[in-house]
Design a protein around this ligand. Structure first.
Ligand SMILES: NC(=O)c1ccc[n+]([C@@H]2O[C@H](COP(=O)([O-])OP(=O)(O)OC[C@H]3O[C@@H](n4cnc5c(N)ncnc54)[C@H](O)[C@@H]3O)[C@@H](O)[C@H]2O)c1
Length: 314
């Protein structure tokens, strides 16, 4: 059955892929975005589709639309942008959550919150299961994002317990793919752009810190599966790729795949930078029958080809 679905942050990196997937599945999509970190370019190929609408709106203000489901993704996700205006970042997570939960309450519909692995902070437990409560510095420079997202989770669960709102909470781990911004400071886009320009690639610390990377197509499938899972499975559920890579190995892989002349240089580790981050996805595998399938090399090739085209046209 065709549903009318609201995607906040729909012009962003993950949101634009999600809009496309939901349209491909035969739904109507209303994309809401204030274009802070997203762009019309990300959804330009969808604008001719009569079932796709775009609304310029800031979710810290109430929104009145008639829809059947809400995916709440609006929030800058890269440190460069979320630290640019930390107060607005927290407002987006907290007031945005209140507004979307209020809309879900009025319409009696399901609402999915895109939370983040950052709620685990610099984890003392490895890999992180959903039961781990995190190690977050509440007054550090990343707190506007981490604590904002933690508070949004609190609100989702209080609306669920107190007001019986149908909620779904996912904790997204590092995701990459086409439509990431070239200058957002996230590790994969940063390394690819530097490599394509033959510029030095800076590694913070000795490069032994690990990250796991999920290709965006895999993630979007997981998000939709979570929304469509039974109402009593509310999460939070980790969605990410558990295969770990050191940052140094990632840099070397990207240099090789782009046939680049870039050199690796070393810089001091920034404050509150997590040393390890790896999802335990047993819950998602069991409850959603979901796991990522796209290997890093395959995903990197697709992402590199996107950035090659983007850099040629700028
Ligand atoms: N990309 C990742 O690796 C990752 C990891 C963990 C969690 N997430 C979460 O997934 C969601 C999407 O992330 P992304 O990587 O696509 O980021 P993104 O910055 O590309 O997309 C966020 C979108 O939200 C919009 N937005 C920001 N503030 C808004 C506001 N107040 N009102 C309306 N729109 C607003 C931006 O313009 C942008 O289009 C975010 O909630 C993020 O926290 C992403």
């Amino acid at each position: 059955m065709k549903k009318r679905i609201l995607v906040t942050g729909g012009a962003g990196f993950i949101g634009s892929h999600l809009c496309e997937e939901l349209l491909n599945k035969g739904n109507e999509v209303i994309c809401v975005d204030n274009f802070f970190t997203g762009s019309k370019q990300n959804v330009i190929h969808l604008l001719d589709n009569p079932y796709f609408e775009i609304i310029r709106h800031d979710i810290t203000f109430p929104l009145y639309v008639e829809v059947d489901e809400i995916y709440n993704l609006a929030c800058p996700a890269s440190p460069v942008y979320y630290r640019f205006d930390p107060v607005q970042t927290t407002k987006t997570s907290v007031m945005g959550a209140i507004n979307m939960l209020g809309l879900a309450k009025r319409l009696k519909i399901k609402v999915l919150q895109a939370s983040t692995s950052e709620i685990y902070g610099d984890p003392e437990v490895h890999p992180q299961t959903e039961g781990y409560r995190g190690n977050v510095n509440p007054i550090g420079p990343r707190a506007c994002y981490d604590e904002g997202k933690r508070c949004a989770e609190t609100l989702f669960f209080d609306y669920y317990r107190q007001l019986r709102i149908k909620i779904k909470v996912i904790r997204v781990f590092n995701t990459y793919g086409p439509k990431m911004q070239p200058d957002d400071g996230r590790v994969i886009s940063n390394f690819i752009v530097k490599a394509l320009k033959d510029k030095d690639i800076a590694i913070y610390g000795d490069g032994s810190q690990t990250r796991s990377f999920c290709y965006v197509d895999d993630l979007v499938k997981g998000i939709v599966k979570m929304m469509n899972s039974s109402d009593d499975f509310v999460g939070p559920v980790n969605l990410g790729n558990p295969t770990e890579y050191t940052i140094l190995n990632l840099a070397k892989k990207i240099i090789k795949l782009t046939d680049s002349k870039s050199k690796i240089i070393y810089k001091p580790l920034p404050e509150d930078d997590p040393k390890q981050r790896q999802p335990n996805i047993e819950l998602a595998t069991r409850e959603l029958k979901w796991e990522p399938n796209i290997q890093l090399e395959e995903g990197l090739k697709k992402t590199i080809s996107y950035f090659e085209k983007l850099l040629k046209n700028t």
